[in-house]
Design a protein around this ligand. Structure first.
Ligand SMILES: Nc1ncnc2c1ncn2[C@@H]1O[C@H](COP(=O)(O)OP(=O)(O)O)[C@@H](O)[C@H]1O
Ligand SMILES: [Mg+2]
Length: 273
């Protein structure tokens, strides 16, 4: 698969329209996510970034337009529908249950039952199984500092909590992981850890949509940068072809980019992990 032109999008949004009363959230928005890439989505407040990814993750239903997963049209009624397709989302608010431990947070809503009659009839949870897998999962993502999977999440730092939600997404997002401002509430060191996790996931072949305001982070980690403006896509550029100043100028409408100068197709050969 070294020929980029043969690579098909994993996720495709075509002409999505979403209004909230008189407010236009999405005005014919398009998006493509290719295998094994990090696609950053940037744009001013209110540009429709969250609404766009909520449509893809099933949290919102577009008024019209199409969403295709592996070239098959889907119609998600809820985020559970999107999850069934292997699409996992981490929202900007640290989406964890503070009083529960790490392993329970990882499996929230998808608890493992004990095998046999204990699980099927008595609904007994497989705590040790969940803790072991949780530990493996956290180690795989390079978060070796978390020792005790039975530690309550409320005792963790913001970065460690976010690490738990990213690990959760990675554990279940078999196809796509979407991160909406995952580092917004974090310090520098913790943000770097989340970035490292993003690179690890990408290196294992998982495509990622990263919504972020943080230009240096976006330029460090993204393969392509989708610039959202006034409810639709203004351009797709790359850190190799455009500068941060260019990206900001596209966001504000000061710079228009010719289609032939955009990165509308894939730029990365996906890792085969
Ligand atoms: N649930 C909602 N109800 C009303 N308006 C909304 C809702 N969600 C988003 N909007 C509006 O849609 C537009 C796009 O919002 P959003 O997708 O959150 O932008 P972004 O994430 O880029 O800041 C904004 O004008 C916002 O106020
Ligand atoms: Mg938003």
């Amino acid at each position: 698969m070294s020929d980029l032109s043969s690579i098909q999008p994993v996720v495709q949004a075509k002409g999505l329209i979403k209004t909230f009363g008189r407010v236009v959230g999405l005005n014919s928005a398009n998006l493509e996510l290719y295998p094994g890439e990090v696609l950053a989505v940037i744009g001013d407040n209110g540009a429709g970034k969250s609404t766009l990814i909520k449509c893809i993750s099933g949290a919102e239903t577009p008024d019209s337009g199409q969403i295709l997963i592996d070239n098959e049209e889907v119609s998600f009624k809820s985020s559970l529908d999107a999850r069934a397709y292997g699409i996992e989302t981490v929202y900007q608010t640290l989406a964890v249950a503070p009083a529960l431990d790490i392993a329970s947070n990882l499996y929230l809503g998808r608890e493992k039952r004990k095998s046999g009659i204990l699980g099927s009839v008595f609904r007994k949870l497989d705590h040790s199984g969940m803790r072991n897998t949780a530990k493996e999962q956290m180690t795989k993502l390079g978060i070796g500092t978390l020792q005790d999977m039975s530690q309550a999440v409320e005792t963790l730092s913001g970065g460690q909590r976010q690490a738990v939600s990213v690990a959760r997404a990675e554990a279940f997002g078999s196809k796509v992981v979407i991160l909406d401002e995952p580092t917004a509430a974090l310090g520098v060191r913790e943000s770097n850890q989340v970035l490292k996790m993003i690179e690890l996931m990408r290196d294992r072949g998982l495509p990622i949509i990263l919504i972020s305001h943080n230009m240096p982070q976006v330029f460090e980690v993204a393969d392509r940068i989708h610039v959202q403006r006034l409810g639709s896509r203004a351009a797709v550029v790359t850190p190799k072809t455009h500068t941060m100043n260019d990206a900001v100028a596209i966001m504000t409408g000061a710079l228009k980019v010719d289609e032939k100068d955009q990165a509308l197709g894939p730029v990365r050969v996906p890792a085969t992990a």
